[in-house]
Write a protein that binds this ligand. Structure first.
Ligand SMILES: [Cu+2]
Length: 190
């Protein structure tokens, strides 16, 4: 009797396995394959940036369309104003952009990469963690990126009238001047 009982149990468990067997092929294996592809893709992107950072300094050169810009007289009631600076890698090596940040919380900036990809809007250092300013992108030789900059004249409240000047800074792995700085000024009225 005990022998039969054991046999029944064995058959039952193989029956349960039989029930789940199609699930293993339909759900589990595709899930593992997709997870693997995602893992490898993210890892290879991370490695490209990390390799570049680890590679150390770049001997490349660059040109900008302008270092500074004047908005002239702007009114708080008209809201945000924006300008775009262009940065071209004119050398023969990659330039690694480590961070992007601004000199004040009223000013935000983002990169528009050569392929049109946008990075997040970054602001002033000291608000939030270091990861908020990390860019980790590469400008290949010959490529141009845009630095889109938005100034909010209302950010400082009614006291924010008068002349202002703000900076946008890109930290890079360039050997000679790792920090590329852009600036703008304006006369803010009510
Ligand atoms: Cu400000």
């Amino acid at each position: 009797m005990g022998k039969n009982c054991h046999k029944d149990h064995k058959e039952k468990s193989s029956g349960i396995f039989g029930m789940f067997k199609p699930l293993i092929y339909i759900v589990l294996i595709p899930t593992i394959v997709i997870a693997g592809v995602i893992f490898l893709t993210t890892r290879s992107q991370g490695t490209e940036a990390q390799n570049q950072e680890a590679a150390g300094v770049s001997n490349s050169t660059y040109e900008v369309d302008k270092n500074s810009f004047s908005f002239g007289t702007i009114s708080m009631k008209d809201g945000n104003v924006e300008t775009i600076y262009e940065l071209t890698n004119t050398g023969s090596e990659d330039i690694f952009i480590k961070e992007l940040f601004t000199s004040c919380m009223c000013t935000k900036a983002q990169l528009i990469l050569a392929d049109g990809t946008l990075t997040g809007f970054n602001g002033m250092k000291g608000h939030g963690g270091q990861n908020d300013f990390y860019v980790g992108k590469i400008i290949k030789a010959g490529e141009t990126v845009k630095v889109k900059t938005v100034f909010d004249p209302n950010a400082h409240g009614p006291q924010g009238v008068g002349p202002i000047k703000r900076n946008i800074i890109l930290s890079t792995n360039l050997k000679d001047s790792p920090n590329i700085q852009f600036s703008f000024d304006a006369e803010v009225t009510k």
